[in-house]
Design a protein around this ligand. Sequence first.
Ligand code: A3P
Length: 326
Amino acid sequence: QDTDQSWDDAELRQLLQTLPKEQGWVSGTTLYLYQGFWLSAVSAGGLKPVISLQRHFQALDSDVFIATFPKCGTTWLKALTFSTLYRNQFAGDEHEHPLLSFNPHQLVRSLEVNVYLNNPCPNLENVCVYKPRLLSTHIPYASLPTSIKDSRCKIVYICRNPMDMFISLWLFTSKLIDQTKELLSLDEAFDMFCRGIVGFGPFFDHVLGYWKASRENPDKILFLQYEDLKEDISSQLKHLAVFLGVPFTEEEQKQGVVGEIAKICSFDKLKELEVNKNGLHVVGIRNKDFFRKGEVGDWSNYLTPAMVERLEKLIRQKLDNSGLTF
Ligand code: A3P
């Protein structure tokens, strides 16, 4: 019988001894290969909260999950899904919109980064104020708790061109660490990334896991791409609303509700809010670090032609015959 007490640090230490490991991107950190993906040991988003939630989380049929690989547009998708799903719960005064006072990560909590970080059996009632419950995860599809895969809940996944995602992650990580730590050089981190060694990676396994699952079960998993949202946010939002079972009515469309949601969730709007300029994320990250450039193609300012060639080759190999393109 699984109890909270059965999962303790001794068990974690024992498990760690059996897992393949690699030095992480930041000095003094280690990544462990668990169920085919790389994780740190105990920190936010690490092995301990992941195993806790795999053991204890019970999905409801009405739940909605945002699933992403880090730096693929999680913050944006949280804002968009939250604003679409709950629009009738705070409709009315536009100055009351929760996004004006809270960072998207406070409104939509991540299972492994904070909900299960220090508590193997958190009270989800306190975590999800609005209903239906909306939560997020970076866990690959194959390793999601069984109840998420088996229930009728919905999953919205977003991916992004790996070149932009990689640059976004490397720059983000450089902002997270203090002077006592060192981050791998861009070259070294790029090599690790291409070899799949990155938190929640390999990247391509993550993306393809959700891609295949969404093709098999399109009513359960909606697969979005960051670049498509940048290109045409209105049609992507309408698509999202239909998927969530809350399509925009003709009346709402006439009133410009779609445009209002797109605007309040836009990079320029969110970045300038006081909470996102000076606030702290629930696990101590500065909210402002979630908003850098928000552009497509910024990788060209960082990657050398040789790096681009290597990653393009990898993209071709990995996505071959999958039907997915970047
Ligand atoms: P860049 O570093 O390329 O600017 P995540 O939210 O998954 O951590 O991803 C962060 C990336 O999304 C960052 O990319 C960030 O600037 C961008 N981003 C954050 N909010 C956004 C928004 N509202 N619209 C578009 N991009 C956004």
